[in-house]
Design a protein around this ligand. Structure first.
Ligand code: NAP
Length: 491
């Protein structure tokens, strides 16, 4: 039997879209187009270039298993090094020719067994399969602070860092205390004259050290490439420990919480320590990893402002107590819309039903990758993927492998279209909801993890359980397979 050649469209040339394209090509699928609205690859690592940016997952675990890098310079590498890694992977696997840079897909609809795409420039294209790799934290969340537009200095979101702005010797305000705000404080404290961190909610911080690799480590890894995967597996096991603390009450959770509390005790001034003490359990929000945050906060030029922001004037920030804080630069480390996924792109299934309609009560999917009523459509890092303090490259590889197996079955002419059933999707989501109370995310805090109804939108078991589930053969009753001639049939 000759295999069919599918045409596959991928939205986004970030970490997960590149991963999918490499795996498709390795399987002999040549008709692959990646649509990238920007002019370079790298997704979040291209968009985020603020001072202090690093990945808080070890680089030897945050990389593709099929393209390990012996040259990482640090345990947790800086953002520029990670972007360089993805850029080099793009070249090494010859992906640049597949990417349509500067092309935004605004509309995707399914008919006659194909996805028809429309770009922002009203061009059209069609594919047998459509894979959204649009990223999780992509759309900056701009705070609704009165007067911000009238500020005389420079104001910018952390994900849109303006390198023309020289912050050296300036008075800088950082608004937001998530992983980004904390990294910014450490990255800016040395060079600015005064730094104010505006805190609405305090964070728990785990002080994992970030040693540099010795110069001989790269040579050793080059000489013995098996070391790369040994390190990967070692970190994988370590993160399993961490993941179990998140999803199961018990000694692991207690131990990590104790480490966060011990770290907080390194803040000497009792008043500052009290202000930096969160009112929720460690890890309820995404845990911030930083060995230097409390040290930076105790520098004479760094100040915590935990009085709420009232408004911004041309000269600076007015807090709720009426104080004017004169600053030159305001950095909005205010996070992202974590519930957007591929939107604002409009996606409609064969019956005209849109993703917006399907997600009226919140984003949900089957196994984080498929949507009922949306045939031959898959997502990478879709709703409820295990994205909390874990290696997203590991998750992307598993999801891309799962999607590839469906496409291989299409090539073997088992079906023309595949989509999870509504019932399987509902049961899958009900199972996750039932498991949420055991997770630390449901212990009483607000965070970007929570959906509109306050339920965490994460995978409530260990990432390993997710990887195993994706590797299994799909249950026949969970999918609707169609052939054009025969109509619907079971697999
Ligand atoms: P975030 O965790 O959502 O934090 C946003 C911060 O902005 C919060 O402290 C929030 O306060 C504050 N905020 C929002 N609106 C505000 C307003 N109007 N006034 C005052 N404060 C306001 O965002 P993030 O720090 O960018 O991190 C998002 C995620 O990106 C992380 O959780 C992580 O997954 C990822 N990330 C990863 C790394 C890494 O090293 N791998 C680095 C950076 C980011 P409230 O908490 O009170 O809402």
């Amino acid at each position: 039997m000759t295999l069919r050649q599918p045409s596959v469209g991928i939205i986004g040339a970030g970490m997960s879209g590149l991963c999918q394209a490499i795996m498709l090509r390795a399987a002999g699928i040549t008709d692959v187009t990646i649509y990238e609205k920007s002019h370079e690859v790298g997704g979040t690592w291209r968009d985020n270039t603020y001072p202090g940016l690093a990945c808080d997952v070890p680089s030897r675990f945050y990389q593709y298993t099929f393209a390990t890098n012996p040259d990482w310079t640090k345990l947790f590498s800086p953002g520029a090094e990670i972007l360089d890694y993805f850029s080099r992977a793009t070249d090494r696997y010859g992906l640049r020719d597949l990417i349509r840079f500067g092309v935004e897909i605004v509309d995707a609809s399914f008919g006659a067994s194909r996805w028809r795409l429309t770009t922002g420039a009203r061009e059209t294209a069609s594919h047998d399969f459509l894979i959204s790799a649009a990223g999780v934290l992509r759309e900056p969340r701009m705070p609704d602070i009165e007067g911000l537009a009238d500020f005389d200095g420079q104001a910018m979101h952390s994900a849109r860092w303006d390198h023309c702005v020289d912050v050296t010797g300036k008075r800088v305000a950082v608004i937001g205390t998530g992983s980004t705000g904390v990294q910014l404080v450490c990255g800016l404290a040395d060079s600015v004259s005064r730094l104010e961190l505006y805190q609405r909610s305090a964070q728990w911080v785990l002080p994992l050290p970030n040693p540099g690799y010795r110069s001989w480590t790269a040579s050793l890894h080059r000489r013995f490439p098996a070391l790369d995967m040994m390190a990967y597996r070692g970190f994988h096991r370590g993160f399993e420990f961490f993941a179990r603390a998140l999803v199961e009450p018990g000694w692991r959770r207690t131990a990590l919480a104790a480490a966060c509390r011990a770290n907080l005790r390194t803040v000497r001034d009792p008043e500052l320590r009290r202000s930096l003490t969160p009112d929720y359990q460690p890890m309820c929000r995404r845990l911030v990893i930083s060995p230097g945050f409390y040290r930076a906060m105790q520098r004479p030029n760094v100040h915590l402002v935990d009085t709420g922001i009232d408004h911004v004037t041309p000269r600076g920030i007015i807090t709720a107590d009426g104080t004017l804080h004169e600053v030159d630069v305001i950095v909005l480390a205010t996070g992202f819309d974590a519930h957007a996924f591929m939107r604002p792109m409009a996606v409609a299934g064969p019956d005209g039903r849109t993703v917006d309609q399907l997600w009226a009560d919140g984003p949900h999917a089957h196994l984080g990758v498929g949507l009922p009523g949306f045939p031959n459509f898959f997502m990478l890092m879709g709703p409820h993927s295990p994205v909390g303090n874990y290696s997203l490259t590991a998750i992307a590889e598993a999801q891309a492998g799962h999607i590839l197996r469906w496409i291989q079955r299409w090539r073997e002419r088992e079906f023309d279209t595949v989509a999870p059933t509504r019932q399987a999707t509902d049961e899958f989501n009900a199972g996750m909801r039932a498991a949420m109370p055991g997770t630390v995310w449901a212990t009483g805090c607000t965070s970007w993890y929570l959906g509109a109804d306050g339920t965490p939108e994460l995978w409530p078991w260990t990432p390993n359980a997710y990887l195993r589930r994706l590797a299994q053969d799909p249950s026949p009753r969970d999918y609707e397979l169609c052939t054009e001639l025969e109509g619907t049939r079971a697999p």
